[in-house]
Ligand binder design. Structure first.
Ligand code: ZN
Length: 160
């Protein structure tokens, strides 16, 4: 079966950055399952997989504009330490969930002193060119429930 809009696609993948370092891989766990055309994954990867078949392997290079976006320096801000629930052990590299209206996103601590913590709201992969090594394990029709939820259930998908 061919990858097309609203098909469930199951992939094995390894993601490396331009320096060749492995950022993420399904090899440590189970393949990832998503629904094509539902914004489950980044557009650059989704577009490259469109029309491919189960068993196909491909290398995909995704530019930031088709991946996690360009870095935006205005998303870096200094916040008073009192804003954090934990006062102890705030360290560079730690990640927190921050709410911005009804939107929750992840911020990364990039600097911390006695009074203030500098957090970066950019996605950790923003501004990076992403190199995917992908093998399509399976392509199938979604269940009615999966289409209603907009994501895949079971192995490689949502467990709920
Ligand atoms: Zn669900």
């Amino acid at each position: 079966m061919q990858v097309a809009k609203h098909k469930v696609v199951v992939i094995d993948y390894t993601l490396t950055n331009d320096q060749g370092a492995v950022i993420d891989s399904s090899k440590d766990g189970e393949p990832m399952a998503y629904i094509q055309g539902m914004n489950n994954i980044i557009p650059g990867l989704e577009n490259a997989l469109d029309g491919k078949q189960a068993g196909d392997s491909l290398k995909v290079t995704v530019q930031p504009s088709e991946g996690y976006g360009e870095r935006d320096d205005s998303m870096q801000q200094q916040v008073p330490r009192e804003m954090f629930d934990t006062q102890e052990g705030i360290q560079v590299g730690m990640q927190f969930h921050a709410s911005d209206g009804d939107r929750v996103h992840v911020v990364t601590v990039v600097d911390a002193n006695d009074t203030h913590v500098t957090v970066d709201g950019n996605h950790p992969l923003a501004g990076q060119t992403l190199n995917f090594d992908v093998t399509i394990v399976d392509v199938r029709d979604p269940t009615k429930e999966e289409m209603e939820h907009g994501h895949v259930h079971g192995p490689g998908g949502h467990q709920h």
